[in-house]
Design a protein around this ligand. Sequence first.
Ligand SMILES: O=C(O)CCC(=O)C(=O)O
Length: 261
Amino acid sequence: MLDPVVEPGELTELDRFIFESWGYFIIPDVLNQDEIRSVLEASQRLHSGHKGVFQQVGNGFEREPSIERLLDHPAVLPKVRGLYQSDNVIVQAAWCTLQPAHGKTGGWHQDGSSAFDFRQLGYPIPLLQLRVSYLLTDQTRPGMGNLELIPGSHRSRVPLPEHVRTEHAETPISHIVCAPAGSALVFHNAVWHRAYEHNEDYDRYTMHFVYSPPWMRYADRFENTEAFLARTTPVRRGLMGDLSKPDAAYAGGYHTPPYLP
Ligand SMILES: O=C(O)CCC(=O)C(=O)O
């Protein structure tokens, strides 16, 4: 299978074309071995006491500095700003997911909101939840809890057929992303995807960050805690969407987070 692999850092014209065409790309070697280990250990702490089922824990960046550092990772944040063509983005959610040892393939879905289907917004489904997924365990072969995506499906005018979804069926055009730990997968909310089976004896962890326009509501927290805002960096405070607003809502203008050049 072809792999839509791009270099870290600034979004190039080719990166944009790849993303527009496939709905996702992969950035290898974003995290070094020390970073992988510390984020993996942090993830294990977040999930301590788990019961051997698939689960996700939000908001771990407030408790775990190694996860907090990923909020504005320099290999990835320029891609996020470039894909949105805006500096006014927030972290809508940060989900640390665990797929248990010998976990089964998950259900096909598009990301969005169960409260309001993004499909109702029009065609093509807009980019509202740009997901950056850091692989924390090896996924170089199928059957390692990989993400499986259907390239280009963010532009499909029709949903994935009901029977494919209910039967958890394969499709001939789906792509099981194979990449080592430390890689980042960046994908559009409208790409049909699922967690592929995990046949190994250990739990699989992936750290997902969802970047959104600033008017989206948080999905992994009700609000940012004051203590976190007080101690984190200005850029990360901006990415929390907690900006001093000069007037009601956005009427007084939006304060762009102080991004580094
Ligand atoms: O397996 C995962 O980590 C991600 C699952 C998924 O597809 C999602 O959270 O939208």
